[in-house]
Design a protein around this ligand. Structure first.
Ligand code: ADP
Length: 311
């Protein structure tokens, strides 16, 4: 059994149905990744790391982690703040819009509850995964503590995984994001960006330009996602291309990249090669985008499960 920790923010998701009823669930990029990894690789010890408060929504969030069989050891429940919330509204044309209340969420304070005991436990794990959102939401004065923690994990031999997931509104301008991302690239053993992240932040989008951009950071495994177009994976110096079969009835693309990440990383840790891992991850993401919301029902993965068991 391997130990994987994914750090970030999980929020209360409110989804307005046609009759005005609010359906509630929990979601957030690294949380979604953890859920999908655990769904397909139940044998692994997968923990979501965040800070929550003592309010009832925080308690429900912890219960949601438990319901997905995630290890709650790193859900640090000492904050006097509440979880962030977002509201998804769908207009008559089916166009979705998002409203966020996350500026003072408990998750922003996570580093304030990370003591040396927590870091020592993290040092015994196999993979630590975070995203651009995980660092964007941290209180700026806590970021040094985050990078110092990451350096300790790396020195202890923990593999570091990163998905930039660039969200402009969470940063005080692109230069701040670029400076923080550069530290993440330098620390990463495995990185799973979307082409969009590079396009928005650096105005580059061709495979050649992105590979050239990443080269100085010496990232062992680079997985480049480009929606239904393709996935490229560079492992050491070998480049693999995997074609994606586009889904014709896309319902909601929320969490496509997150589910891809969870299943890809889970598959790699379970010993699958790059191509098989991309294929499993892409098949899972294709299922996720045919369901509304970030977290698809667990029985939606039955066919993938059986294929995994047979292999
Ligand atoms: P992100 O959500 O990070 O922007 P992408 O949009 O690149 O990520 O999607 C992640 C993965 O989801 C893709 O690599 C692909 O496997 C799958 N995917 C996304 N859109 C489609 C689609 N229309 N049809 C089939 N698969 C898709």
């Amino acid at each position: 059994m391997q130990k994987i920790v994914l750090m970030g923010e999980c929020m209360l998701e409110l989804r307005q149905a046609k009759d005005g009823v609010m359906n509630q669930s929990f979601a957030g990029d690294t949380f979604n990744t953890a859920v999908y990894m655990k769904r397909l690789f139940a044998q692994q010890d997968i923990a979501f790391m965040t800070a929550v408060g003592q309010d009832t929504i925080s308690q429900q969030m912890v219960a949601a982690c438990s319901a997905e069989d995630l290890n709650n050891q790193y859900v640090l429940a000492k904050s006097d703040r509440n979880p962030g919330i977002y509201l998804v509204q769908t207009d008559e044309q089916g166009e979705r819009s998002f409203l966020y209340w996350r500026d003072s969420s408990a998750a922003k304070q996570v580093m304030q509850y990370v003591d040396q005991g927590v870091i020592d436990a993290l040092c015994k794990t196999d993979l630590f995964f975070f995203s651009g959102i995980s660092i964007a939401i941290l209180e700026p004065q806590d970021r040094d503590a985050f990078w110092a923690m990451l350096a300790q994990l790396k020195a202890a031999g923990v593999k570091i995984g990163f998905d930039p997931n660039y969200r402009p509104r969470l940063w005080n301008g692109p230069d701040e994001a670029k400076a923080e991302f550069a530290k993440a690239y330098a620390a990463s053993d495995i990185m799973l960006p979307g082409v969009d992240d590079f396009k928005q932040l650096y105005n580059i989008e061709t495979l050649e330009d992105i590979l050239a951009f990443c080269k100085p950071f010496d990232i062992t495994e680079l997985v480049l996602k480009n929606g239904p177009e393709s996935v490229y994976c560079q492992l050491a110096d070998e480049l693999t291309h995997v074609a994606i079969t586009p889904v014709t009835n896309v319902v909601d693309t929320t969490s496509a990249g997150d589910s891809f990440n969870g299943v890809y990383l889970g598959a790699r840790l379970a010993g699958h090669d790059v191509t098989a891992s991309v294929e499993l991850a892409a098949a899972s993401a294709a299922i996720v985008i045919q369901h509304p919301g970030a977290i698809a029902p667990s029985n939606a993965f039955d066919t993938i499960h059986s294929a995994l068991v047979q292999n």
